[in-house]
Design a protein around this ligand. Structure first.
Ligand code: DMJ
Length: 641
């Protein structure tokens, strides 16, 4: 027998409605389930309508009242005049009228408050400078344009892919070196597999708690920072299944339309750099598309009175701001000065010069500014265009600004002479004021604070050994040998900072003070968070000198990481490198996979893997191909032509 519920809806007779007491079960059954549902819907719609009419009728105070002295009576409103348009309107009297007065009062108060708020906002606007208002309007305009662009989902113009030399290979002939390289690959597998198991999609991994981890640089969203940062390392190590897994996650999940405030610098070097490198290595369009989508979201950060970007931007609203801790509301040199490589590639790949113009504007502005002692201070106020505190460092806050001047020149096939000149000038001033020799003969880079040299060097500053070596060729008259030597000295000093600890891993910061040399003094500076800079410098020095000591030092560091940082759930930083029983910080940083393990792998690979005359590594170790300047900017770029 066919049950009523299964009868087709169309052409069905509606059975009699039985709302009476359920005395005859077979009658109730005649009211079918779906019909009951429809009736219920109609009933509830009717009730909603009545409710709506009751509460949302036009303001009754504006209508003529007929006080019949009745309480709680609803009567149809009869307009005395001609052409009454609302014959169906009801008026409410009695206690309801009182309630209405209260309602009116409440509305009036709300309108008053809204007006006051609007007035305040207008006053606030008037307090802002013309530039700030202009910047805000620009932000709004850009947002609309970006949203339109994203909606259009336009395919990007085709551009010839530069000559991609050495994206695989580098197999060492020597057995011992091959084994070491295999060991580094195994460490990468361990880091990746555990992130895959316990932190997938999160920004980073807590290897001991075995769960996801994030910091404020990535905002409040799970943007899979480790996946994006690790892709190119997976690729060059030949871990293709893992690479594909990461690619799929990016295709399906990586979304930048999120209400999240991120660091412009970090997102640029890790995400845009990572996606661009993955694109060049694999040729997969998705990486290019995602990089461009993200870059568009960063553009509102540049809408400041000077064009110097904010440190942070909300990816959804485009509102930017600076770190609360930065001197006088300033932007940071190493942040706004570390965009050039990625932005030039973005212009090349899209044919849209906006990215190129943004970074060139920063450069032009910096060129015009006075520099105390020829040094660039770390802080620059994006509203006023004035320097903040006179603090110069080659470590944190300054570091990659200098690196990107050199790399802008290298990436342009050594045609961007302006960048090279800025680099040479800056390095000369740094050498004069910041680089010193300790009593024990160690060359170190101190920090310049308001006319005083602090004899302290950060782990971050150790990257400069590699930078000096990389910049040796092309330096001013007869100085190539000098800079290679300087790079080697910095490598030695940084190696000492590792060698003088219990764990053979370097502290975050170390001093040169009397008898203290290359050793951290304060407890808060004794940690090692899987940073790459010392190994990065070993690798560059190895490429330029082939001195076996760099492989030896790199291997020492790899063994120490394996021994003290490896846990069953991944790799963790340690809190005190001077204690032989280390406490873990329980964070596997994304740069450990992007940089530390990549540089180690390259250190034990042949020079034919990612050769330095074809590739330039961004500050997060993402390799980008050399682009001749004429191709990247105006008429030379076929996408622009
Ligand atoms: C990385 O994110 C980059 O190398 C950056 O330039 C500064 N340091 C961290 C790793 O230490």
């Amino acid at each position: 027998m066919t049950t009523p519920a299964l009868l087709p809806l169309s052409g069905r007779r509606i059975p009699p409605l039985n709302l009476g007491p359920p005395s005859f079960p077979h009658h109730r059954a005649t009211l079918r389930l779906s019909e009951k549902f429809i009736l219920l819907l109609i009933l509830s719609a009717f009730i909603t309508l009545c409710f709506g009419a009751f509460f949302f009728l036009p303001d009754s105070s504006k209508h003529k009242r007929f006080d019949l002295g009745l309480e709680d009576v609803l009567i149809p409103h009869v307009d005395a005049g001609k052409g009454a348009k609302n014959p169906g309107v009801f008026l409410i009297h009695g206690p309801d009228e009182h309630r209405h007065r209260e309602e009116e009062e409440r509305l009036r108060n709300k309108i008053r408050a809204d007006h006051e708020k609007a007035l305040e906002e207008a006053k606030e606007k008037l307090r802002k400078s013309r530039e700030e208002i202009r910047a805000e309007i620009q932000t709004e305009k850009n947002k609309v344009v970006q949203e339109m662009k994203i909606k259009e989902n336009k395919p990007l113009p085709p551009v010839p892919i530069p000559n991609l030399v050495g994206i695989s290979g580098g197999d060492p002939e020597d057995n011992d070196i091959r084994e070491k390289r295999e060991k580094i690959k195994e460490m990468m597998k361990h880091a990746w597999d555990n992130y895959r198991t316990y932190g997938w999609g999160h920004n980073e991994l807590r290897p001991i708690a075995r769960k996801g981890h994030s910091t404020n640089i990535f905002g409040s969203s799970q943007m899979g920072a480790t996946i994006v940062d690790a892709l190119d390392t997976l690729y060059i190590m030949g871990l293709h299944a893992e690479f594909l897994d990461g690619q799929r996650w990016i295709e399906d999940n990586l979304d930048f339309s999120v209400n999240s405030e991120v660091s412009v610098f970090e997102v640029n070097i890790r995400f845009i750099g990572g996606l661009l490198a993955a694109y060049y290595l694999s040729g997969e369009e998705i990486f290019k598309i995602k990089a461009v989508q993200l870059a568009e979201k960063l553009l509102p950060a540049f809408n400041t009175p000077t064009g110097i970007p904010w440190a942070m931007v909300n990816l959804k609203s485009g509102v930017g701001r600076n770190w609360g801790w930065a001197s006088a509301g300033s932007s940071i040199l190493a942040e706004f000065g570390t965009l050039h490589m990625e932005f030039v590639h973005l212009s090349y790949l899209t044919g849209d010069l906006i990215y190129y113009k943004k970074v060139m504007h920063i450069r032009k502005l910096l060129q015009k500014m006075d520099r105390p002692n020829g040094l660039y201070p770390n802080y620059l106020n994006p509203r006023t265009g004035r320097w903040g505190q006179y603090h110069t460092s080659v470590g944190g806050l300054g570091d990659s600004f200098y690196e990107y001047l050199l790399k802008a020149w290298l990436m342009s096939d050594k045609t961007d002479h302006e960048a090279r000149k800025m680099y040479d000038d800056a390095i000369e001033a740094i050498e004069k004021h910041l680089i010193k020799k300790s009593r024990g003969g160690l060359i170190f880079i101190g920090e310049w604070k308001n006319g005083h040299l602090e004899k302290k060097m950060g782990h971050l500053a150790c990257f400069a050994g590699g930078m000096f070596a990389l910049g040796a060729d092309g330096s001013r008259t007869d100085k190539a040998g000098h800079y290679l030597e300087l790079g080697a000295e910095i490598a030695r000093t940084c190696h000492e900072s590792y060698d003088r600890t219990a764990l053979k891993l370097g502290p975050e910061s170390f001093k040169f003070d009397g008898a203290v040399e290359a050793v951290a003094v304060r407890q808060a500076e004794k940690y090692y968070i899987l940073r790459p800079e010392v190994i990065e410098t070993y690798w560059y020095l190895w490429r330029f000198t082939h001195d076996p000591r760099y492989r030896q030092w790199g291997w020492e560091a790899a063994l120490a990481i394996e021994k003290y940082c490896r846990v069953s759930g991944g790799f963790s930083g340690v809190k005190d490198v001077y204690s032989s029983t280390p406490t873990h910080d329980d964070v596997q940083q994304s740069f450990f996979l992007a940089e530390t393990l990549k540089y180690l792998y390259l250190l034990f690979s042949g020079d034919d893997l990612l050769p330095l005359d074809h590739w330039v590594f961004n500050t997060e170790a993402h390799p980008l191909p050399v682009l001749h300047l004429a191709n990247t900017t105006l008429s030379g770029n076929p996408a622009v032509r």
